[in-house]
Structure formats: structure tokens, C-alpha cells
Ligand binder design. Structure first.
Ligand code: NAD
Length: 357
């Protein structure tokens, strides 16, 4: 029987609809070539949902996504909704969706494409060949810990992790490492923080379940420095919420363009796949957005949610081929461009390469 999957599509605002359209084009090409079927259901979130329903995260969306095998998401937000009260704003809708889906692991790969080594602000010799993944705990730690407060004179937050929370995120990192070069670097601040000591001890315990994986530990201040000094030393970086927030943004800049980087947020039951950038209202509707981050997110969806590794690899290879042939969207037009393409043109080129072996 044909393998068949249900995908919830959330296009969102700004460039969201344009980049999701290209990801669907590529998914359709690769699923046809690999002999499986994808069925799409569309849901509203963010500004588009506010306009249609007066709610940034309508019940239909929060319930509908749970019926799907995975969610592919564009981006939300824009000036039009910036002055609404906080609970009505597009960003609130996205936070609600993540919470509802209980996606506790944020996975951000950073790949520096050979053809774009000059796009980074770092020297090509430093970034060439970088291929790492940051695995960040997303729904715990200091951003959510209780008690928290601010009386105008004194303010405090609590950095807290339970052992099960550390165990489950550690397993995600080790599972990913098993599919790569079997190295995990766990980042903490165990020389100062009790919570980091529990983190380190627990990660050590989980490592025993993965005897083939080499585990190292690094303090977060050193990790921030090493990411710039010699990023190639890293494969999988495992870390908590606040450290991961900062390090994953730092790591994303190794590649030089925000339009290239995908992400996945996964939980026990659900997965949300999205580019790391926002809705780019400044270029929306002009056909110049770079869809590669979204197309690469679709590849992650095939790999992590649907276990369609071959199809995921085809898409990643197609992106590399497109870039090495010199096809560029406008954001990358100064870096060895042979031809500057529209959003739709580059989507079609990637789809064609992905469909042919
Ligand atoms: P942004 O990421 O949307 O844009 C930053 C800059 O990068 C802009 O100049 C934009 O044109 C450019 N850019 C972004 N993606 C691009 C792409 N694919 N191709 C070419 N250029 C691209 O960040 P911002 O301007 O700070 O935010 C715009 C809106 O997006 C805001 O409403 C913000 O709240 C929202 N936002 C949403 C998400 C999300 O949906 N996950 C994330 C971040 C920001």
C-alpha cells in the first residue's frame, strides 16, 4: 500500500504563503519520485487568523494540527497587528501553538554551503564545511521556572530543570547524533549552577544508553567563544533553553543568510517545522523571498516526522546542487550568482533537481 501522510500547512503572514507554496512544490515532486503521498490541510494562525476569526490561534487550528502527522509552518506577524493587545497579537498565537503541541526540543541545523562561504561575516577558512545541529530544550528552564517576579525594586527568575525534562531532551540529541557522526557536546554552566550540575549528571547517565556516541561537556561561555573560533569542532550541541536561545542565534550567523536556515520543534507526539526567519513584511508579495529555509524545513519534516530519510536527502542534495549551479534569490545575489531567480523560479529548480536522481 502507498505510504500516505497528513500534513497541516500554516502559511501565516508576509512572505509565509509564498515560501510555503515553494516547499509544497518540492514536497510534491519528491513524494511522487519516492512513491508516497502527502495530503495537505490548511490552518490559520497569526495575523491571517486575526483577520478571519479575531483570534491569533483559533481552536480549529489548535485541534486540527493534532490530527496531522506533521505541521509545516511559514511565519507570522506584521505591522498591521503590532498595536493589538498582547493576547491578540500574532506572536501569542505561535506561542500558544507550540505550547499546545508540547514541542520541547528545538532542533536547528547550521550548514554552511561551500558556494556561500563568502556570505558569512567570518573568514571562509573558519566557516567552510560547518555542519552542526543545536538541540535546545524549548519549554523549560529559566524562561518558564517558578517563582518569578518583579516588584519594581527587586526582580527574579528561577532556572529549574527536572531529571525527566533533561532525560528527554538528551535522548533527542543522542538519537540525532546516532544518525550523524556520533558526537554530542553538552553545554552548561556546571561550575556555577546547581541546575547545570544535575543537567551534566543526567546527560552522563543517558550517554550510557548510547555507547557509540562520544559525549563531551563545555561551559556556555567557552562554547560561545568556540563557535566563532572553530565551529567545525561541533557536531551536535545539546543545551538548555536560555543557553540554546543565545547559542543557536550565534550559530545561525555562521551561514550568513537568514533565508537559508530551517528548524524543527518536536515533542513526544507532534512536530512543527519552520524556517528560523520571520514574515519579512518588507519584501512580501514581491516574489523575491528566499524559500530555501522553508524547503529545508520540509526536508527535516520528512526525516524526523515521517521517517522518509531518502526523500529528505534528495531535497538537501537538490538545494546544494541549485546553489552550486549559481542560482540565487536576491538576498544572495552578490555571492557568485550565475542567475538571480524569483521565489517561484528557485522553488521550481529545486523541485526539478529533487525529482531527478
Ligand atoms: P524577519 O526575519 O522577518 O526579517 C529580517 C530581515 O531578513 C528582513 O530584512 C527580511 O526581508 C529578511 N528576510 C527574512 N527572511 C527572508 C527570506 N526568506 N528571504 C529573504 N530575506 C529574508 O524579522 P523581522 O523583520 O524582525 O520581523 C518581521 C515580522 O516577523 C515581525 O512581525 C516579527 O514578529 C515576525 N517574526 C515571526 C517569526 C515566526 O513566525 N517564527 C519569527 C521572527 C519574527
Amino acid at each position: 500500500m502507498t505510504r500516505s501522510y497528513k500534513i497541516a500547512l500554516i502559511k501565516g503572514d508576509g512572505i509565509g504563503p509564498e515560501i510555503i507554496e515553494e516547499a509544497v512544490k518540492v514536497l510534491d515532486a519528491v513524494s511522487y519520485a519516492e512513491g508516497f503521498e502527502l495530503k495537505y490541510d490548511e490552518y490559520l494562525l497569526g495575523g491571517a487568523a486575526i483577520d478571519a476569526t479575531d483570534d491569533p490561534a483559533p481552536k480549529e487550528t489548535l485541534e486540527g494540527v493534532k490530527q496531522a502527522d506533521a505541521v509545516l509552518f511559514g511565519a507570522i506577524g506584521g505591522e498591521k497587528w503590532d498595536n493589538l493587545p498582547r493576547e491578540k497579537r500574532p506572536e501569542t498565537g505561535l506561542l500558544k501553538l507550540r505550547k499546545e503541541m508540547e514541542v520541547f526540543a528545538n532542533i536547528r541545523p547550521v550548514t554552511v554551503y561551500n558556494e556561500l562561504v563568502n556570505a558569512s561575516t567570518l573568514k571562509p577558512s573558519v566557516v567552510q564545511g560547518v555542519d552542526l545541529i543545536v538541540v535546545r530544550e524549548l519549554i523549560g528552564g529559566i524562561y518558564f521556572g517558578q517563582p518569578r517576579g518583579n516588584d519594581g525594586n527587586k526582580a527574579f527568575n528561577t532556572m529549574v530543570y527536572s531529571k525527566p525534562e533533561i532525560e528527554r531532551i538528551a535522548r533527542v540529541a543522542f538519537d540525532i547524533a546516532m544518525k550523524r557522526s556520533k558526537r554530542v557536546c553538552s553545554v552548561d554552566k556546571a561550575n556555577v549552577l546547581d541546575v547545570s550540575q544535575l543537567w551534566r549528571d543526567t546527560v552522563e547517565e543517558i550517554a550510557k544508553e548510547y555507547p557509540e556516541v562520544t559525549l563531551t561537556h563545555m561551559y556556555v561561555d567557552n562554547a560561545a567563544m568556540q563557535l566563532i573560533r572553530d565551529p567545525k569542532q561541533f557536531d551536535v550541541i545539546l543545551t538548555g533553553n536560555i543557553f540554546g536561545d543565545i547559542l543557536s542565534d550565534e550559530a545561525s550567523m555562521l551561514s550568513g543568510s537568514i533565508g537559508l536556515l530551517p528548524s524543527a520543534s518536536i515533542g513526544e507526539k507532534f512536530g512543527l517545522y519552520e524556517p528560523i526567519h520571520g514574515s519579512a513584511p518588507d519584501i512580501a508579495g514581491q516574489g523575491i523571498a528566499n524559500p530555501i529555509a522553508t524547503i529545508a524545513s520540509a526536508a527535516m519534516m520528512l526525516r524526523y516526522a515521517l521517517n522518509e530519510e531518502v526523500a529528505a536527502g534528495r531535497i538537501e542534495q537538490a538545494i546544494k546542487q541549485t546553489l552550486s549551479e549559481g542560482y540565487r534569490t536576491q538576498d544572495l545575489s552578490s555571492y557568485d550568482a550565475k542567475e538571480v531567480c524569483s521565489t517561484s523560479e528557485i522553488g521550481s529548480i529545486i523541485a526539478n533537481y529533487a525529482a531527478s536522481k
